[in-house]
Ligand binder design. Structure first.
Ligand SMILES: Nc1ncnc2c1ncn2[C@@H]1O[C@H](COP(=O)(O)OP(=O)(O)O)[C@@H](O)[C@H]1O
Ligand SMILES: [Mg+2]
Length: 266
């Protein structure tokens, strides 16, 4: 059984059909790379998975449990959505760190809010608060070490390079232990010399068998790291397959044209 099943997702913005009928599956431990021209709907798809947009139709199923189903009679509350969103982590193109907080605070903020909410909802006993907070702190130290930024825990985002900020954003997303980690063009806002350090971290995560969805323009990276590749064009999955199938043997004319154009720019 697939960890993630996306079925017949459609999303319109006004009259524009941005996602036309998107279906795919992802197994635990797999890395899916999504490629495609600007405007093809890649970001909207990630935003739908992360509840930042609500699809008009379709369903999203994680571990056999629907996290979204347009046909479901029951509508989710804000609280349900906050819980359901935790299945996914999202690393944005533009890092989106909280500028007023240190690196360490950026990584621990959301898990600490989660503890506060659990105490309020009485799913966590107030006497266990300190143990829970210590666990969050220890995990943050571990994650910052993993992304190579232990020394920067007290720094503020403005004191870091773009590559360092993006590595903090990755640690921050992992702090909530998402089952599926999504990246939206994680290196496209970086100078070329900073791209490698971020791709290296993502590659290490792939080697740890994390389940990930990476929207990227880095074709070499997609080819080397992905188990599955989706090429999106005009809101549809134009082609889907292994990296060998999509990159070396593209069936669709649109995929071939896109890959040829991408190669020209390198
Ligand atoms: N909030 C929005 N309101 C209206 N149109 C949007 C919105 N977000 C995205 N779009 C449109 O949806 C299309 C797909 O955008 P996007 O998902 O960002 O594509 P990609 O990430 O592949 O570049 C574009 O035509 C874009 O203008
Ligand atoms: Mg985008």
């Amino acid at each position: 059984m697939a960890l993630l099943e996306v079925k017949n997702i459609k999303k319109n913005f006004g009259k524009t059909e941005v996602l036309k009928d998107i279906s795919f599956e992802l197994n635990k431990g797999e890395v899916l790379a999504i490629i495609g021209s600007s405007g093809s709907g890649k970001t909207t798809l990630l935003r739908c998975l992360n509840y930042l947009e609500i699809p008009d139709c379709g369903s999203i199923i994680v571990n056999n449990v629907p996290v979204y189903d347009s046909n479901a009679a029951v509508k989710y509350t804000e609280k349900d959505i906050r819980e359901l969103r935790l299945h996914f982590g999202l690393v944005f193109q533009s890092f989106n760190l909280f500028p007023q907080y240190t690196v360490f605070e950026n990584v621990t903020l959301a898990p600490k809010l989660k503890i506060k909410e659990a105490i309020k909802n009485k799913t966590l006993d107030a006497s266990d608060k300190n143990v829970a907070l210590e666990k969050v702190n220890n995990k943050a130290y571990e994650l910052l070490k993993m992304v190579g930024l232990s020394e920067k825990e007290k720094s503020y985002p403005c004191e870091l390079s773009g590559g360092q900020q993006q590595r903090v954003a990755i640690a921050r997303a992992l702090a909530l232990s998402p089952e599926i980690l999504c990246f939206d063009e994680p290196t496209s806002a970086l100078d070329p010399e900073l791209t490698g350090e971020v791709l290296k971290v993502i590659k290490e995560l792939a080697n740890e068998d994390r389940t990930m969805i990476v929207v990227t323009h880095e074709m070499e990276f997609a080819k080397n790291v992905a188990d599955k590749v989706i090429f999106m064009a005009d809101g549809v999955i134009e082609e889907m397959g292994t990296p060998e199938e999509v990159f070396d043997n593209p069936k669709s004319y649109k995929t071939r044209a896109f890959l040829n154009k991408s190669l020209e720019t390198f």
